[in-house]
Design a binder for this molecule. Structure first.
Ligand SMILES: [Zn+2]
Length: 633
């Protein structure tokens, strides 16, 4: 990733002293914003990358709402350290990724030849998980054939448990990193045209701006903290009330978020989200939350959230702008260049991860009784290097990363797979290699994982080949209790859900208890997630309706007593709430902690919730159904 315009940042002390957010050009002249020389004068400094949505048409922050939010957040981080985080889990998710440094010298027992850099990357993959997900992954060991000594060796090799860490030292390190840090924020770091009247100067600024914008992925790879400045209730000049949800509508903001998710493997891959009410930051009590890396990959990355499905100013202007002399000129669509940027980010992220796991000579040789693919995944799940797990999930999300509509991907049309009828065993072997596994002549590899790969990435022709030609067991759960049906439901692959259920119906001899038990099969503890719950968390209302029409229940409960309706409410999916209510879900269902679905509708992000802009609609739908029910009684 090459920066085509140098990375420009501002010292934290100078940023905290700003009265208003001034444009780049002015601050550059004053010497307050400087190009960073990370190999020389600025070696070792930590860059705080701030992403936000502009609140004005001409200037970024006309009422100083985002500047004051960031100043207050930085100050609180500097003084309160770990207390700045909303919950202890948020902090630990965060700190587990901070405290791991290459100096700790955590050698991977199985791959002593790894370079220091690769080791660091592999450790970084392994961190940043909520306690619930950590428990889930550890639970996998019961399903795998692994003894205690092996488990200890795995845990000791990759250091992803985060246990025994010096939390106080980590808090102090976090405080120092912010205090001594440098700030990147677009308005101060990217050339602007405001204040320029000379046409030649405007043209020069625009040219530099274009280079800087295309360099954003390069800047992100050099940043140490990724701050998402989205206080709830800041207002745009247009009157729009801004929040995390509105930030996340913007195509360029999505590119920043996608870039850290795919490319940054270390602590910076866990953004610090500022999503409390604006007033909380302004009075010094606003906090940060840190999304779990597993959830972010498996929940948040969906086709409708893709970069190219985001909103772009160029498109809303119809790709025509007024020039200084009053005439109009055509401008190119940002998406043209973004397709190339995305491809570069995607390829480099996968290459970085592959460099780590492919250096492990035992990578595809750990069987643990469930086949080498789940052996490789299990090795990471249970405390070893997680680079393969991250690589696999990121690679399987290709259809989301490049999505330009919310439609289910057609792999044949996209040129990503031959039609099922033309597939051969050579294609299956190549497909196996595509997922980092050597083809085994005895068929053991594809038997264990052959239904999961295509169901996870949305490849219906290959799934059909695996089921119809290679007879893989498409109903069996993996060591985490996840089935191919869970995978398909989570990505809203309705054609695949339909196919799997029709094949399952054939196999068990028609609809009935056996089929229903499989449709509602829950994943392993501690969460116990059904396929329909997975669709509800991720906002796939058509999949909910499809599963229910095939016999799945909308009343399944997680270990904590939450129903799919609780999930749809916590993640702000109004259409899923509507679908579930129409299918008879109970808006008054009470979870173990006493919460009803409406109690979970929220404006701020947390480990258990990820709001959309549909807050009010979710509440209305839930309330109207409660009212209707009470009238019926
Ligand atoms: Zn456009």
């Amino acid at each position: 990733m090459v920066a085509r315009y140098p990375l420009h940042c501002m010292k934290m002390a100078d940023f905290l002293a700003l009265d208003t957010l001034e444009p780049h050009n002015k601050l550059l002249e004053q010497g307050k914003v400087v190009p960073m020389d990370l190999e020389g004068a600025h070696a070792g400094v930590e860059i705080q990358f701030v992403s936000h949505q502009w609140l004005g048409y001409e200037v970024a922050d006309p009422k100083r709402e985002h500047l004051r939010t960031m100043q207050a957040a930085f100050k609180r981080a500097m003084t309160d350290g770990s207390k700045f985080f909303k919950t202890e889990d948020d902090w630990k998710v965060r700190v587990q990724s901070i405290a791991v440094s290459p100096c700790l010298g955590l050698a991977l027992a199985s791959s002593p030849s790894l370079s220091c850099c690769a080791r660091r990357a592999s450790q970084a993959f392994a961190t940043g998980m909520s306690s619930a997900n950590r428990e889930t992954l550890k639970g996998a060991k019961d399903a795998l054939d692994v003894d205690d000594d092996t488990l200890k060796a795995i845990e000791g090799s990759g250091g992803n448990s985060g246990e025994g860490m010096d939390l106080e030292a980590a808090s102090a390190a976090f405080q120092a990193s912010v205090r001594d840090g440098w700030v990147w924020m677009d308005y101060i770091s990217v050339p602007q045209t405001i204040g320029l009247s000379d046409p030649a100067a405007v043209r020069a600024a625009l040219a530099k701006q274009a280079l800087a914008i295309r360099s954003i992925p390069a800047y992100i790879t050099r940043a140490h903290r990724f701050w998402i400045c989205t206080p709830y209730g800041a207002t745009h000049e247009s009157g729009q009330r801004c929040s995390y949800a509105t930030w996340n509508e913007r195509g360029w903001c999505r590119l920043e978020e996608t870039t850290i998710s795919l490319l940054n493997l270390a602590n910076h891959a866990r953004p610090l989200l500022l999503t409390d009410d604006l007033s909380a930051y302004l009075n010094g009590t606003g906090s940060a939350v840190t999304p779990d890396s597993v959830d972010r990959v498996s929940v948040h990355i969906q086709r409708r959230n893709s970069v190219l499905n985001g909103a772009f100013s160029c498109c809303s202007l119809g790709h025509r702008v007024k020039t200084l002399d009053g005439s109009t000129a055509d401008i190119p669509c940002d998406k043209v260049i973004l397709r190339q940027v995305l491809a570069a980010v995607f390829d480099e992220g996968l290459a970085r991860a592959k460099a780590v796991w492919s250096a492990d000579p035992l990578h595809d040789k750990r069987d643990m009784g469930t086949g080498t693919f789940w052996g490789a995944m299990g090795h990471g799940f249970m405390g070893g290097d997680l680079s393969f797990v991250r690589w696999y999930f990121n690679k399987s999300l290709r259809q989301c990363v490049f999505a330009e509509s919310d439609d289910e991907p057609d792999f044949v049309k996209l040129g990503w797979c031959k039609p099922c009828e033309q597939l051969t065993s050579e294609d299956a072997a190549a497909y196996c290699a595509r997922w980092g596994m050597a083809w085994a002549p005895d068929g053991s590899v594809e038997r264990a994982a052959g239904a999961f790969w295509p169901a996870q990435e949305g490849n219906l022709p290959m799934l059909r080949y695996m089921v119809e030609a290679l007879h893989v067991d498409f109903m069996a759960p993996n060591p985490l209790g996840v089935t191919a049906l869970h995978c398909a439901a989570r990505q809203g692959f309705d054609a695949i859900v339909q196919y799997l259920v029709s094949k399952a119906t054939e196999r068990v001899g028609g609809a009935g208890d056996e089929l229903n038990a499989w449709l509602d099969l829950k994943t392993a503890g501690p969460n116990y997630l059904s396929p329909i719950d997975g669709a509800a968390v991720r906002g796939h209302h058509s999949t909910i309706r499809l599963l229910a029409s095939l016999g799945a229940s909308v009343h399944t409960r997680r270990a904590n007593g939450r129903t799919p309706l609780h999930s749809a409410a916590a993640f702000g999916h109004a259409e899923c709430i509507r679908a579930l209510l129409e299918l008879g879900a109970d808006p008054e269902a009470v979870a173990d902690d006493g919460s009803k679905p409406a109690d979970l509708v929220t404006n701020s992000c947390s480990l258990w919730a990820w709001p959309t802009a549909d807050h009010d609609r979710c509440l209305e739908l839930l309330a109207s159904d409660v009212e209707r029910e009470s009238k019926d009684k």
